[in-house]
Design a protein around this ligand. Structure first.
Ligand SMILES: Cc1cc2nc3c(=O)[nH]c(=O)nc-3n(C[C@H](O)[C@H](O)[C@H](O)COP(=O)(O)OP(=O)(O)OC[C@H]3O[C@@H](n4cnc5c(N)ncnc54)[C@H](O)[C@@H]3O)c2cc1C
Length: 260
């Protein structure tokens, strides 16, 4: 559901937890894109639309449009002479916006493993193994957001906090909790900083840290303050997001309306 721009021109997408899911807010040049990703087990379509409408930063510019999806993946994304890429191969959910990355990774993998006329099953199996593993890493990262979240304001969150989760994710949570160790597995899509942000952001705080001391760790508070001051000084010399867009890539009104 698009709404009028609030004029604040934030240079990032905001995701906000709601009782039955989460809401996105994507600021564009001439309007804001909004959506509510919800589980229909916990709210109906009218309730979801009302929630979204009540949480817009500007006047609604259209009726809400409902998209339905079933999460999951194909048992074999490469089967005989057909390779499923993109939505035809499966879908998780859009919280971490991974679909386009996975499409690109699939194309590159297919080019690297392109078959000859013999269609060697070993090549197909290896392609499928990597595709599965990659999707499972995304799955674990997504579930971490839901499972570790301790909100009590909706049945969905209570369910997610107590649901069973994959062993691979349990191990990642435990390693981080005990020793601040970030487990990186084969075909990991998310970098260490992303895992760190979600583990700490969802308050899975470590009890200890087994990293070897760094040279600057003797006075980390002063070191961080110096780093912060340097970043502020550099950032204050740069144009704002709005100034940059206005002088370099301002969208024409008609173009912005059709593409936003
Ligand atoms: C609002 C929104 C925001 C999104 N934001 C992000 C994001 O930030 N990052 C990200 O990674 N992903 C995002 N996605 C997801 C991403 O856009 C999709 O996963 C991706 O476009 C899927 O590409 P695809 O080629 O698999 O399918 P599609 O883009 O759906 O293409 C399928 C095509 O097949 C055509 N088709 C269907 N049936 C037939 C038929 N029988 N015969 C011939 N043609 C047919 C359709 O018309 C369509 O053109 C977003 C999706 C939505 C809806």
């Amino acid at each position: 559901m698009p709404c009028a721009s609030a004029g604040d021109f934030l240079p990032y997408t905001r995701s906000t937890a709601r009782a039955a899911g989460w809401q996105w807010r994507i600021p564009l040049q001439h309007r804001i894109g909004n959506g509510y990703v919800y589980s229909s087990n916990y709210i109906d379509e009218a309730g979801a639309a009302a929630t979204l409408l009540a949480n817009l930063d500007g006047k609604a510019l259209a009726e809400p449009r409902t998209l339905r999806f079933v999460t999951g993946r194909r048992r074999q994304v490469w089967n005989r002479n057909v390779v499923a890429i993109g939505l035809s191969s499966g879908f998780l959910e859009p919280l971490e916006s991974t679909s386009l990355h996975l499409i690109q990774a699939s194309i590159l993998r297919l080019l690297a493993m392109f078959p000859d006329r013999s269609f060697d099953p070993a090549v197909r199996d290896e392609y499928n193994r990597i595709a599965n593993s990659e999707l499972e890493r995304v799955r674990d990262f997504l579930i971490l957001h839901y499972h570790r979240n301790r909100r009590g304001d909706g049945e969905l969150w209570r369910y997610c906090a107590s649901m069973s989760i994959p062993d691979t994710l349990s191990e990642s949570i435990e390693h981080f909790h005990r020793n601040a160790r970030i487990v990186q597995r084969e075909h990991e899509v998310f970098v260490r900083a992303s895992w760190l942000a979600v583990q700490v952001g969802q308050l899975n705080l470590p009890e200890a840290c087994d990293q070897p001391p760094q040279a600057h760790a003797t006075d980390s508070v002063a070191w961080l303050a110096k780093m912060r001051a340097t970043l502020h000084a550099e950032a204050s010399r740069l144009p704002t997001h709005q100034q940059y867009i206005e002088s370099n890539c301002r969208a024409e009104e008609s173009h912005a309306r059709t593409n936003a």
